[in-house]
Design a protein around this ligand. Structure first.
Ligand code: NBP
Length: 476
């Protein structure tokens, strides 16, 4: 036995991570359900480092140094359970099984509990960065027993992306916490993509820019506060010319967005936790709406009203969109971090938001200059009630606020949908409101269901005898 790590599941992600380990000097045992993938990897990239080819699970497990460390990179769901079962039967107490797939965090909680009863360490590691990240340095979010991180951490940290000498990998917390934060990361990614999409839509339909012009704007933005992987690739996608038609590629792609489900998971979890992640939810719904092709086709031509007035100052409106994007992005992250805090409290995970901002600075899809600001904000005040209240973001929004309102109102008058810009602004306005209409909601609930309400001037719960003499009684 001489391999320090084993990788099973050698599709694109698993192969690239195995190569990444090998390039960092580790001996990597390789396994895949069908041997063909193992052999293809060795044929193409066997020269990347020291690999041990195995065919059966028994051979694979026998090739590993103790405590054995196996990274599973198979299709998330039933396949993961099947592979875990086979491995667990062949492994010994103290060995470590890592699931690097996109597992639902509640599955990870279940798996960790079952495996720890058998003496095995189970680590649910969220891995972000796609194929390229897997090969050259992803962001890794491992959750599981702290002890296992002592043996596993150095390996993961060495293959992770590095920013300013800091690896984009740290022990997140117990059981499902790694996959939970990876899920919220993906939710934030959805919101960020939707916001960028809305900015693009405004340039196209409010200012009449073509894809090439919009690409230039995004390229320029990428050298400022908005610098990020998503803004960078947006410019590249918009600049791409279709070889077949000579048109911008984006103009020949069908405008129906698909999803694999991690955004939906984030919103479902947020609903259960009672956290308003409006930006993420709007992003998930916007993709669903775009995909309702028959309905959309039938609705083309519906009235748009008569209030359309295009912005006259192109330079000003361009800056307005930039500011609206930045402010809405702050809201999306603030909401995502609220969900993380709520998950941490619900499951007793003791998560550290500043650590997450630190490891998301590189490797992952939402990597951005902006994350340095989030890291600083949590360093200054680990108990921030909302990211929006950190001095830096508070001021950024103060600078952006008029632009943000102009963008949302202009879009509304022009009939351009901006669900994420608008809901983020509403969220911000609701958060800072001194009095919300929720008082009326409570009155209604008490009226039809005797659900009681609290008073601003007395402790306790109260109920008005709505169907009686309408006097108030104190409850409990
Ligand atoms: P896929 O998600 O396409 O999974 C293919 C792999 O799963 C193959 O190795 C396949 O073996 C194996 N597999 C299946 Br399917 N059913 C199996 C079973 N019952 N028993 C054993 N092996 C089984 O691969 P991927 O796109 O490389 O993604 C791997 C994981 O990483 C997924 O969980 C994914 O969600 C996650 N992830 C992907 C990305 C990305 O950008 N693609 C990013 C981050 C995370 P076979 O070769 O024998 O069919």
């Amino acid at each position: 036995a001489r391999a320090q790590i084993g990788v099973t599941g050698l599709a694109v992600m698993g192969s690239n991570i195995a190569r990444n380990f090998a390039k960092h000097g580790y001996t990597v045992a390789l396994h895949n359900r069908s041997v063909a993938k193992t052999d293809a990897l060795l044929a193409e990239h066997g020269g990347d480092g020291d690999f041990v080819r195995t065919e059966t699970v028994e051979e694979f497990v026998a090739a590993l140094e103790k405590p054995r460390r196996v990274l599973i990179m198979v299709k998330a769901g039933d396949a993961t359970d099947a592979v875990i079962e086979e491995l667990a039967a062949a492994m010994e107490p103290g060995d470590i099984i890592i699931d690097g797939g996109n597992a639902l965090y509640t599955d990870t909680i279940r798996r960790e509990a079952a495996l720890s009863e058998r003496g095995l360490n189970f680590v649910g590691a969220g891995i972000s960065g796609g194929e390229e990240g897997a090969l050259n340095g992803p962001a890794i979010m491992p959750g599981g027993p702290k002890e296992s991180y002592e043996s596993l951490g150095p390996l993961l940290e060495s293959i992770a992306a590095q920013v300013d000498g800091t690896p984009c990998c740290t022990h997140i917390g117990p059981d499902g916490s790694g996959h939970f934060v990876k899920m919220v990361h993906n939710g934030i990614e959805y919101a960020d993509m939707q916001l960028i999409g809305e900015a693009y839509h405004l340039f196209r339909d409010a200012l009449g820019f073509d894809a090439g012009q919009i690409a230039e704007v995004f390229t320029q933005w990428n050298s400022g506060d908005l610098e990020s992987y998503l803004v960078e690739i947006t410019a590249e996608v918009l600049a791409q010319i279709d070889a077949k038609t000579g048109k911008p590629l984006v103009d020949v792609i069908v405008d129906a967005a698909e999803q694999k489900g991690t955004g939906r998971w984030t919103v479902k979890s947020a609903l259960d936790l009672g956290v308003p992640v409006t930006g993420i939810a709007e992003a998930v719904f916007a993709r669903a709406l775009s995909g309702s092709r028959a309905q959309r086709k039938a609705a083309v031509g519906l009235a748009s009203g008569t209030l359309a007035a295009k912005p006259t100052d192109v330079e000003q409106f361009t800056e307005d969109i930039r500011q609206a994007l930045y402010a809405s992005k702050v809201v999306a992250y603030a909401q995502g971090f609220d969900q993380i805090a709520a998950g941490s409290a619900e499951y007793d995970w003791d998560l550290h938001p500043g650590d997450l901002a630190t490891i998301w600075r590189g490797g992952c899809i939402i990597r951005a200059r902006f994350l340095n600001r989030i890291k600083d904000a949590y360093e200054q005040d680990p108990a921030l009630p909302s990211l929006i209240l950190a001095p830096y973001f508070r001021e950024a929004i103060e600078t952006a606020i008029d632009s943000w309102r102009r963008v949302v109102s202009t879009a509304t008058l022009l009939g351009i949908p901006v669900p994420a810009f608008a809901s983020s602004l509403s969220y911000y306005d609701a958060l800072r409101a001194e009095r919300l209409p929720a008082a009326l909601t409570q009155g209604q609930r008490d009226f039809f269901g005797a659900h009681t309400y609290e008073r601003i001037d007395a402790d306790g719960k109260f109920h008005t005898l709505w169907s009686g003499d309408r006097s108030e009684v104190s409850e409990g």
